[in-house]
Design a protein around this ligand. Structure first.
Ligand SMILES: *Cc1c(COP(=O)(O)O)cnc(C)c1O
Length: 414
């Protein structure tokens, strides 16, 4: 170990752990900052529960785990200065090339992509308008965004942030009547494609016939990987993805893809510029680069192989829990968002007199702690394996079987 390397590595150790007696400073080879940081159990020290994520990509569970390639890029970027706009320009160009769309930018999540995309549509390249957001009245900017009632999810608030009023419609006829010279944007929630009366392509064609810009929220819509290309190719002007879901980039990153004129305009509302609606939607250089590398890594993944792995993991867990009397399972693949093998586990309350909440609490308080996802009723919950570290499926199978067996026994004894 050269002294120069030692100093370099010392400086890379987070302050939090640098002087604590328990922090191991060896081995100081490549990636030593991680190794040293890893030697200290920060979450444990803070009294924070960590868990096996058999639920999925939930923000409240901190989303996904970043791959080593992404963390290397983040560490790399943390040691150099660059100009934020130059980084965004070049990364945006690279992403656009990779995803074969006109333009792209990294945002602080899909919700931020929605806000900045909407801002770009409203303001164009007029900096005076940029400074006026979210106050649209008397500004000369359009004031309304249209969406189907069935597409009204909480995240649509990201569109209201720019001052837009949401107009809800249900039928094609209503839509045609509602489009006016106040209409700035038509929003589509891809996950709810089959819940609304107008589906993804038809909605787009109606907007195009009226010359209205379109935005599609595809936040949780990889896999399949093709979706990263599909909706820009279809003709949606703005396509929003989460970075920290299936792509496994930084949780506080996302992608805004589509028309250059809107995305460039949207960036006028984004950092480093200050007097803007988007000043709080900052992405640091580490995460901008991390997002690019996460995307490249995701594109380079053997998706068929990964899918087969998920199916095998789901089968392992399914077989284990089904061996408990009264338990039934079903594998479901949601059609659009979270399109992954999902195990629905349910039980006969006469044989296992426990609610899902009770079973889940037991899983949560176990060692290791396990989180699963909400099911359709009080005697079912769902499991996915795409956010597991491979190998954890065995622990999940064992623990689920154990807890369900215990709950069944407690009836026999009680
Ligand atoms: C997760 C999600 C969002 C928000 O994504 P972030 O990347 O966390 O900002 C928006 N829309 C839908 C449909 C989502 O699933």
């Amino acid at each position: 170990m050269k002294r120069r390397d030692l100093l370099k590595n010392m400086s890379a150790i987070p302050v939090f752990g640098a002087f604590a007696g328990s922090a191991k400073l060896l081995p100081l080879t490549d990636g030593s900052a991680q190794a040293a940081a890893g030697a200290k159990d920060y979450f444990k020290e803070l009294g924070i529960r960590t868990f096996i994520n058999a639920a999925g990509t939930y923000t409240f569970m901190t989303g996904s785990l970043m791959r080593d390639e992404v963390m290397s890029a983040i560490n790399y970027a943390s040691k150099e200065y660059v100009l934020l706009d130059e980084l965004q320009d070049k990364v945006g160009q690279r992403i656009a090339k990779l995803l074969r769309c006109e333009y792209a930018t990294v945002t602080s999540g899909a919700a931020a992509a929605m806000t900045l995309g909407a801002a770009g549509v409203l303001t164009g390249m007029d900096e005076k308008k940029v400074a006026q957001l979210p106050f649209l009245e008397g500004s000369g900017m359009k004031t309304e965004v249209i969406m189907q009632k069935a597409h009204d999810i909480a995240y649509a608030h990201a569109l209201k942030n720019v001052g837009l009023k949401v107009i809800y419609i249900e039928t094609k006829e209503e839509l045609e009547k509602t489009i006016s010279d106040k209409t700035a944007l038509m929003y589509f929630l891809n996950a709810n494609n089959f819940d609304g009366k107008i589906q993804v392509e038809e909605y787009l064609r109606i907007a195009q016939a009226h010359g209205i810009p379109t935005m599609i929220d595809c936040a949780a819509d990889v896999p399949p990987v093709e979706n990263l290309f599909k909706y820009t190719a279809m003709g949606y002007d703005l396509v929003c993805f989460s970075g920290g879901k299936g792509i496994r980039g930084p949780q506080s990153a996302g992608l805004l893809l589509g028309r250059k004129k809107y995305i460039e305009a949207g960036r006028l509302s984004a950092p480093p510029r200050g007097n803007t609606i988007g000043r709080g939607l900052k992405v640091n250089k580490e995460e901008i680069l991390g997002m690019l590398v996460a995307l490249e890594t995701y594109l380079g993944t053997d998706h068929d192989k990964e899918w087969k792995m998920w199916e095998a993991q789901i089968k392992l867990i399914s077989d284990a829990v089904k061996s408990v009397s009264g338990v039934e399972t079903k594998v479901v693949v949601p059609p659009v968002a979270n399109h992954i093998p999902t195990l629905h586990i349910s039980w006969d309350p006469k044989k296992i007199p426990a609610t899902a909440a009770e079973v889940r609490e037991k899983l949560r308080s176990g060692n290791p702690s396990i989180e699963v996802a909400d099911g359709a009723n009080q005697h079912t919950f769902n499991v996915t394996t795409w956010m597991l570290v491979p190998g954890q499926e065995k622990i999940v199978a064992t623990q689920l079987k154990k807890v369900l067996t215990e709950k069944a026994l407690s009836e026999a004894h009680g």
